[in-house]
Design a protein around this ligand. Sequence first.
Ligand code: BES
Ligand code: MN
Ligand code: ZN
Length: 490
Amino acid sequence: MQFTLSGHAPHQVDTPCLVIGVFEDAPLQGAAAEIDRASEGALQALVSSGDIDDNRGQTTLLHGLPGVQAKRILVAGLGKPSKFDRVRFDQACVKAGALLREHPVTEAHICLHEVAVEDLDAAWRLRHAAVAIDRANYVYTTTKPRKDDSPHPLQSVSFQGEAELSPALDQASSIAAGYRRARELGNLPPNICNPAYLAQQARSIAEHVNGVEVEILDKRQMAELGMDALLGVAQGSENDPRLIVLKYRGAAEDVQPFVLVGKGITFDTGGISLKPAENMDQMKFDMCGAATVIGAFEACALMQLPINIITVVAAAENMPDGKAYRPGDVITSMSGKTIEVLNTDAEGRMVLCDALTYCEKFNPQATIDVATLTGACVVALGHHASGLMSLHDDLAGELVDAGQQAVDRAWRMPLWEDYQEQLKTPFADMKNVGGMPAGSITAACFLSRFAKKQRWAHLDIAGSAWKWGLTEGATGRPVGLLVQYLMNRA
Ligand code: BES
Ligand code: MN
Ligand code: ZN
């Protein structure tokens, strides 16, 4: 989607659709007030008569308002001003964007960010509105050809604002590209998006974006490094695993990088501990950790942030097979620690532990892994928050703050030593499952054992990465949180 800025008075903008917001039972603000003046009170009259719904989440489409150049005006109801915050602002932008996605118009002029949102500045409001409008206009088409009744997503959008806001709009277009990349990879079927495909996508980012290099390790190279935990998961699949390493250099070579690690299970059958048939198709989303660290990486590289970033993706497929790893196996990880496999469906931590060990060599400022790791996380937090676990209070705080800022929230769960006991076994240094209680935390406990030498945090996105059961598919979360975190460090 093409973004531009326009500083013309809203009523003079020649556009198929002008988008404004109105609060419930409150005076018109910003662009809405200007439109009301230009139309000599026509807008306020429609609000007063109830023809425009100012309730939260409602949208009204007007035609031919006098004194206004725009052919249509889309009015988004913002609800009560006293309850309006960044979350509701985000929802209003998504609502308006989604209406335009279905509507035949493919161009619009957005003024939604002209209302007050908490104490957030104009750059935040513009950036957030632009990313939200873009997110709402994403349509998956790769394996579904367009038909007459297909949506008509916006092609180009102008935003109310002077040239001084153009850096914020450029940032928005990078973030939007990162979200799109993540969602597209997430939504692709597992017969297309396999480990080799993820590697190919990383190669293409390295080709097209300045300052980016890529290195892809194959099965043989991983075996030389002793990554037997990752290889153990992969050995039941005909699709060979890859370790994908993307490097972006925006600062001097000796500046310590930020490292993002993604779980890239391109399909999770559970392996020999086979999952039930119902909803198994959803396990194509089990590479959303990988998709989002790739998307966030691409966004930051497109922005040319003045920091160094490394993204490591552990890509493999978890299948049952005569060669598959099995419950009872004891595997020696790259770290030298031994793992008793009690459930082959706890494969995410198996691939991530070797990826985390691999990251030690980068001497990171911080390492953040992102994974659709546990169903238990969805039980704990539902679909609204990503689970966050870290032994580093400062890093955890920075990530929670970034999530609040980007309206892509994470919620911290404890990672106390007490939980580590659940991983004890007589047969190895640890087992790969900790039983029913606190399943998300014991999964993080497992990972923590491989990140002792790093300032590390773990994001469990099992609930936030896609909309379960709905047709909407991958959300691209937590691209927003990750990019905000890295922008804050730059
Ligand atoms: N990819 C799943 C986690 C998952 C399940 C995410 C459902 C989203 C929806 C993961 O590999 C898994 O199977 N985890 C097991 C762990 C258990 C065997 C300890 C789980 O959550 O049941
Ligand atoms: Mn699994
Ligand atoms: Zn999995």
